[in-house]
Ligand binder design. Structure first.
Ligand code: PLP
Length: 488
């Protein structure tokens, strides 16, 4: 049976439900399966099912202490009637490649796949571990995580959620998605500051008031939780299964995946799929102008001391990709991982060895593309294929062109957001006129493509605004205490 250990101390060993409940290991490390050998399986026994069947099979391997029956219930609860596509993550052939659309969930971004699942895994873990406190989720967001988390936790018993976002620092669409969030246990609050202020504030609250009032415990919906990572492993199998069904590949053929990367969670899920036995070729890590991972995958030198750029793919704007620590553990071992993370904290950089780099390079390839290259990809693919990509997917598409090799393995580009969610930047890329209002921009995208605006996005302009609070940064603590004492 799989146990979870900390990347910084393998003596810290817990069950999967405990790892989900704790989020992060007490020593600051991340929970990972102790032995990669334990997750190995025959991929045929997974890909012959529909998406929910594949989810059951994958979750059963990673979360053995939940038991088969409970997992079946949790999968149903997580995916029934929440996604607009019957396949959940449909694969579309575009030109000579394929696009895996991960954005058919309620908030039109790929984070829905995991954040539909995490609340259910968490509440079950609470019961299994005899944990009686109410769980209050605290999240700082620059956009996508906030709305997906609000939606995932909405009316989930035993939980409540407070999302802090920078006032004036998110798009009109993203703001409306958050402030119109339903649910008696949800709350979105603007802070007068930028995203970093919001994030620093939230981190301080976890330290200062882990229990804001008696009977309430703070927790995080951050992508370092293994309960967010594992549900993402499923769609790599789904992609492979769809490629086989359409005759695009033969059984056993390797497939390359190109992943628009920020915190390294999505692509780490691909590494787990590979280690489970799925025929994965290369994992191409696509970055925007914030190219810290591109340099790392080329040289083995991770250096966060660089300029931070705001781009048109904001969910990939990042300097520290937390989930990379999980890969480091498997490749470099505990001792080196501890050293590298210490170096990163103290000096802002670290360097792995030649051998470690060679092993990482046997699977991972780094590439980056600028806003302009991403925009050109949106335009070119639309003109040639009448297929519209969002600004994150287009970075991956541009990186695919840069890393094509002679062997040309079949490739799958992971599409992480609906183009309607980033309508302004998408219209700009197409050379179309843009409006000050996102409602007009979405309609314009619709006129151009003829494809329907996703329900969850079309509705936000009419919905009631439920969350109006705007507070100063130094009021966050009191805000959380007030909300938890009133049960929101
Ligand atoms: C979060 C996000 C990403 C990055 O995913 P990671 O798992 O953090 O690497 C990419 N695109 C979109 C649209 C996202 O919301």
């Amino acid at each position: 049976m799989i146990n979870y250990i900390s990347t910084r101390n393998s003596d810290i060993k817990v069950t999967s439900s405990r790892a989900i409940l704790n989020g992060q290991a007490p020593d600051g490390g991340l929970y990972i399966p102790e032995n990669l050998g334990d997750i190995q399986t025959d991929y045929h026994s997974i890909i012959d099912k529909d998406f929910r069947g594949m989810a059951r099979a994958v979750w059963n391997i990673f979360f053995p202490d939940y038991g088969d029956e409970l997992i079946s219930q949790l999968v149903e609860r997580s995916y029934k009637d929440k996604f607009s596509a019957p396949e959940i993550t449909p694969l579309v052939k575009v030109g000579s490649s394929h696009v895996l659309e991960l954005y058919h969930g309620p908030t039109s971004a790929f984070k829905d796949v995991a954040l539909s699942a995490l609340p259910n895994l968490l509440t079950a873990a609470r019961e299994m571990n005899d944990f009686h406190d109410q769980i209050m989720i605290l999240t700082a967001t620059s956009g996508d995580t906030g709305s997906a988390a609000l939606c995932g936790f909405s009316d989930v018993p035993g939980t409540s959620i407070v999302v802090f976002y920078p006032d004036g620092g998110v798009s009109e669409t993203q703001k409306l998605q958050m402030v119109t969030a339903p649910g008696s246990n949800t709350c979105a609050c603007a802070i007068r500051g930028n995203f970093d202020d919001a994030q620093t504030g939230v981190k301080a609250l976890f330290r200062e008031i882990p229990h804001p009032v008696e009977g309430v415990s703070l927790s995080s919906a951050n992508s370092i939780n293994i309960g967010r990572l594992v549900p993402q492993v499923v769609y790599y199998f789904s992609a492979y299964s769809q490629l086989l069904a359409s005759g695009e590949i033969k059984d056993g053929d390797k497939v390359d995946f190109i992943v628009p990367t920020g915190n390294f969670g999505d692509i780490m899920a691909g590494y787990f799929a590979l280690k489970m036995g799925l025929p994965v070729g290369r994992l191409i890590c696509a970055s925007n102008k914030n190219d810290v991972l591109t340099e790392f995958l080329e040289t083995g030198h991770y250096d966060r001391k660089r300029t931070f750029f705001k781009t048109t793919s904001p969910s990939m704007d990042i300097l520290v990709s937390s989930n990379l620590e999980r890969l480091l553990y498997y490749v470099c071992g505990e001792e080196h991982t501890v050293k590298y993370m210490k170096d990163l904290a103290e000096t802002g950089e670290y360097q792995i060895t030649e051998d470690e780099l060679a092993e990482i390079k046997s699977v991972f390839v780094g590439a980056c593309a600028s806003d302009e290259e991403g925009a050109a990809a949106i335009r070119d693919v639309f003109e040639a294929e009448h297929y519209l990509m969002d600004t994150h997917t287009s970075i991956a598409w541009a990186c695919l062109s840069k890393t094509k090799d002679a062997a040309n393995a079949p490739s799958v580009v992971l599409s992480t957001a609906s183009p309607y969610k980033f309508s302004r930047a998408v219209l700009t890329a197409l050379g179309a006129e843009i409006s000050d209002s996102d409602e007009a921009n979405m309609k314009k995208c619709h006129e151009i493509t003829g494809a329907a605006i996703p329900e969850g996005l079309a509705g936000i302009f009419e919905r009631t605004i439920n969350h109006k609070d705007v507070i100063a940064i130094d009021k966050m603590k009191q805000y959380v205490i007030d909300k938890s004492s009133k049960n929101l």
